[in-house]
Design a protein around this ligand. Structure first.
Ligand code: HEC
Length: 106
């Protein structure tokens, strides 16, 4: 019986958390955005690698939009080398938290 419970708990943590159960927490994102603000969050900022481009604004976007964009980079449907690398390192929870955080920004 005890083993069974442990298995259930593990399964819940590892595999079974479906995207629908994940609630974004803007507070939890505060220590995750450190990897985003280098590029996003500076108004009018242009990065120069691999070519000069305008970094889009995230603040005030709808959470769904941010989530979809990050998943598209994860799946390679959207192609941008730095964003694909970053999105690949994010968990579903990270994405939900970041989406909540940026959508609450003005
Ligand atoms: C190295 C610079 C860089 C970093 C770091 C970075 N981004 Fe980006 N991001 C970009 C650029 C450039 C684009 C536009 C890419 C494109 O045209 O597809 C972009 C696009 C996006 C988009 C799509 C926005 C839109 O309107 O299309 C989202 C969402 C996003 N980034 C989220 C994040 C999050 C969340 C983080 C931190 C976990 C992050 N980015 C870190 C450079 C960066």
């Amino acid at each position: 019986m005890k083993k069974h419970l442990v298995f259930l708990a593990l399964a819940g943590v590892i595999g079974c958390a479906s995207a629908a159960d994940i609630v974004g927490n803007a507070k939890a994102a505060e220590n995750k955005v450190s990897m985003c603000i280098g590029c996003h969050g500076i108004p009018g900022y242009k990065a120069t690698f691999p070519e000069v481009y305008q970094v889009p604004m995230l603040g005030g976007q709808s959470p769904k939009y941010i989530e979809n964009a990050l998943r598209a980079y994860q799946k390679g449907e959207r192609k941008h080398p730095s964003m694909m690398g970053i999105a690949a390192s994010l968990s579903d929870q990270d994405i939900a938290d970041l989406a909540a955080y940026y959508s609450q920004q003005k």
